[in-house]
Design a protein around this ligand. Structure first.
Ligand code: UT7
Length: 338
C-alpha cells in the first residue's frame, strides 16, 4: 500500500549524500577476455561500458565507511549525533555481525542502533522508507541510510548472462527530522511478488541449500537470473509503482525534477522514463561508468547528481527500483534542509 507522511509530526529531510567506489575498473574489453562477449554487444544491450570491482578480500565496509564519512562531512553532522544506521545490502562483509554494526564502530557512532536490510536492488528504497518512518514517528532524529553491494563476490565470471551487468559501489544518505510541512521524504510505495523469487536469485546463499562440493561445482553460490523475465517485469513494475505513488500523493510528472531509477540496464531506464512521460534530461543515468551495483545504484546516482549540480535544495526527486524477490518500490522527496 502506498504510504505518505502527510499526517506525521515530522518529515525526514534528505540532508546530504556521499559515495565510494573501488579503484579497480573492469571494462567490457576485460570481460571479453573472460567470456564470449564484446563491447558492442554489452553497450547496445545494456548501456554499460565499465564497472568498478573490489580487490579480493575487500568487503562492503571498506566502501561504506568513506561514503558515510563524506556524507556526514557534507551534512556538518558528527557520527555521535546519529540515532541509527541502516545498511541495505545483500553482500555485507559477513552475515554476522551486520555491516551496519561494523560501520557504527568504525564511525564512532556510539548512540546509534545498527542493522542491515536485505531487499536486493530495492534495498535502498526499502531502507530509506523504513528510516523515514522512525523519524516521522518521533523515534529518531538522524539516521544514516547506506546502500551498497560488492556484487563481484556474488557473480560468476564465467557466465556471460550476468557478469557483464554488475559492479561494486556504495552510497550513504543522511535523514534528519524537520518540520512536517518542510522538504523531505513525502511518501513511498513498496511492493513485492514472491512468486517470482526463482527468476533472480542466489540458490546457495543461506540455510536452505547449504554449500557443498556439489553446489560449489555447480556455481550455486552465484547470481542466476531469467534475464528476459526480469527485464520485462522491471519496466512494467517501475512505471506502475511510480504512477501509483504519484496518484496517492496527488502529483503528476510535472512535479518531478529528477527521476533517479535503479541502474540495471539503459534499455530498462529509457522505457520507464518514457512510460512516465519524462524526457531523459530529467533522468539520472550513470550505468555507463558503474554498471548495476544492486543496493548501491540509487545513492550512487544521487551522489553523482549532487556533484554535477542537478540535485540541490528544493529539487523534487522520484526514486524507483526493481530487483530480486521480486521486489520493487518508489519514494518521492524534496531535497535539502528546510
Ligand atoms: O537489478 C536487476 C538485475 N537484473 C536485471 O535487471 C537484468 C534484466 N535483464 C537484462 O538486462 C537483459 O535481459 C540482459 C542484458 C541480461 C540480456 O539482454 P537480452 O537483450 O535480454 O538478451 P537475451 O538474453 O535475449 O540474449 C540474446 C542473445 C542470446 O543468444 P541467442 O540465443 O540469440 O543466440 C544470448 O545467448 O545474446 C546472447 N548473449 C550474449 N551475447 C554476447 C547473452 N549474453 C551475452 C553477452 N555477450 N554477454
Amino acid at each position: 500500500m502506498p504510504v505518505s507522511a502527510r499526517r506525521s509530526l515530522a518529515r525526514a529531510q534528505c540532508v546530504a549524500i556521499g559515495s565510494a567506489l573501488p579503484e579497480q575498473r573492469l571494462t567490457n574489453a576485460d570481460l571479453a577476455r573472460l567470456v564470449d562477449t564484446n563491447d558492442e554487444w554489452i553497450v547496445s544491450r545494456t548501456g554499460i561500458r565499465e564497472r568498478r570491482i573490489c580487490a579480493p578480500g575487500q568487503g562492503l565496509s571498506s566502501l561504506a565507511l568513506p561514503a558515510a564519512q563524506q556524507c556526514l562531512e557534507r551534512a556538518g553532522v558528527s557520527a555521535s549525533e546519529l540515532d541509527g544506521i541502516i545498511v541495505a545490502t545483500i553482500s555485507g562483509d559477513q552475515i554476522m555481525p551486520s555491516t551496519a554494526n561494523l560501520l557504527q564502530h568504525q564511525l564512532g557512532a556510539g548512540r546509534a542502533f545498527a542493522y542491515d536490510m536485505a531487499n536486493a536492488c530495492n534495498g535502498f528504497v526499502a531502507a530509506l522508507s523504513t528510516a523515514a518512518c522512525f523519524i516521522e514517528a518521533g523515534r529518531a532524529k538522524r539516521i544514516l541510510v547506506v546502500g551498497g553491494d560488492v556484487m563481484s563476490s556474488l557473480v560468476d565470471y564465467s557466465d556471460r548472462n550476468t557478469c557483464i551487468l554488475f559492479g561494486d559501489g556504495c552510497g550513504a544518505l543522511l535523514l534528519e527530522a524537520g518540520p512536517a510541512d518542510g522538504p523531505g521524504l513525502v511518501g513511498f510505495a513498496l511492493r513485492s511478488d514472491g512468486s517470482g523469487g526463482g527468476e533472480l536469485c542466489i540458490p546457495s546463499s543461506g540455510s536452505a541449500l547449504r554449500p557443498s562440493p556439489a553446489t560449489l561445482a555447480a556455481g550455486m553460490q552465484y547470481v542466476k537470473q531469467n534475464g528476459r523475465h526480469v527485464f520485462t517485469q522491471a519496466i512494467r513494475r517501475m512505471a506502475e509503482v511510480c504512477n501509483e505513488l504519484l496518484g496517492e500523493l496527488g502529483l503528476t510528472t510535472a512535479d518531478i525534477d529528477l527521476l533517479v531509477p535503479h541502474q540495471a540496464n539503459l534499455r530498462i531506464i529509457e522505457p520507464t522514463a518514457q512510460r512516465l512521460g519524462l524526457p531523459m534530461e530529467r533522468v539520472v543515468v550513470n550505468i555507463e561508468r558503474v554498471g548495476n551495483t544492486t543496493a548501491g545504484t540509487i545513492p550512487l546516482a544521487l551522489a553523482d547528481a549532487w556533484t554535477d549540480g542537478r540535485l540541490t535544495d528544493g529539487t523534487r526527486v522520484l526514486v524507483v527500483a526493481f530487483g530480486g524477490g521480486l521486489t520493487w518500490g518508489a519514494s518521492y522527496l524534496t531535497w535539502g534542509r528546510g
